[in-house]
Design a protein around this ligand. Structure first.
Ligand SMILES: Nc1ncnc2c1ncn2[C@@H]1O[C@H](COP(=O)(O)OP(=O)(O)OP(=O)(O)O)[C@@H](O)[C@H]1O
Length: 239
């Protein structure tokens, strides 16, 4: 497993948001975390990305214990993430936003520009390179989040609800990009509520509920899992 998480637990005061969860993501695999609001998905992400310390449990990347490593260290080890609330630097151009990652990796400006352009091209934003990021539409901002993550040349990409509030055609575009990235060997862990997308994209699905993993399996396993359908998928599964 490229990412292996064991016994992950997180208390917020008296609230046990994550309750001893195990999950992993193999190299080149797309794993989706699904579950109702408050299930603990974002908390798991934050811990894996180093943005939050677990109360208990371990995070291993490529066999190395990286529990409690700060976000900069996780980024240096090849992890990139997008945020549910997008954070482009609105006062900077699209290209400047995509340059932050390559420059932080220590690339010289010419190489960094090349990497940034390549990431923008993949996201279909090359024509917007000189536009202020603050003027982008919502779908374009999502693509910029993805481009910024890709510009760091990650080994593991964490995506937090990238499809939310996109139209189906816009979501399909991201699905196609993620499929290409997987074919190139990128490993992806995503939180996603749009079940149509999850079912078509994920190799494996982890279903969370009240901080626990209640099911795990292929899309076909999950679609046939009575407990999951009754407790969570029901209406969404029909979408
Ligand atoms: N910083 C925090 N302080 C206190 N409680 C928190 C904090 N972050 C999350 N929680 C609580 O932890 C639980 C899990 O939240 P989390 O955001 O991980 O769920 P989620 O599955 O990502 O939900 P969503 O789909 O809405 O993003 C919730 O009860 C939430 O209120």
């Amino acid at each position: 497993m490229l990412l292996a998480v064991h016994g992950l637990t997180k208390w917020f005061g008296s609230v046990k948001a994550v309750r001893g969860i195990d999950f992993g993501v193999a190299k080149g695999e797309i794993v989706a975390h699904v579950g109702p609001n408050g299930a603990g998905k974002t908390t798991c992400f934050n811990i894996v990305a180093g943005a939050m310390r677990p109360s208990a449990g371990t995070v291993r990347l490529d066999g190395i214990d990286v529990t409690n490593q700060p976000p900069e260290e996780m980024a240096a080890r090849g992890l990139a993430r997008t945020f549910q609330i997008m954070r482009p630097m609105a006062g900077m151009t699209v290209l400047e936003n995509a340059l932050i990652g390559p420059l932080a990796r220590g690339l010289a400006m010419a190489d960094a520009r090349g990497e940034a352009y390549r990431a923008l091209e993949r996201a279909g934003l090359e024509d917007k390179a000189e536009s202020p990021a603050g003027l982008l539409t919502l779908p374009e901002r999502k693509m910029l989040e993805l481009a910024r993550a890709l510009s760091t040349a990650p080994r593991l990409l964490l995506l937090d609800e990238v499809m939310a509030s996109l139209r189906p055609a816009e979501a399909d575009r991201i699905v196609a990009l993620l499929q290409d990235l997987r074919a190139e060997g990128l490993t992806i862990l995503l939180i996603e509520h749009v079940m149509r997308v999850v079912m078509s994209l994920a190799d494996r699905i982890v279903v969370m509920h009240h901080g626990e993993k209640i099911a795990e399996g292929t899309p076909a396993d999950i679609a046939a899992n009575r407990t999951v359908i009754d407790n969570y998928l029901g209406r969404r599964g029909a979408q």
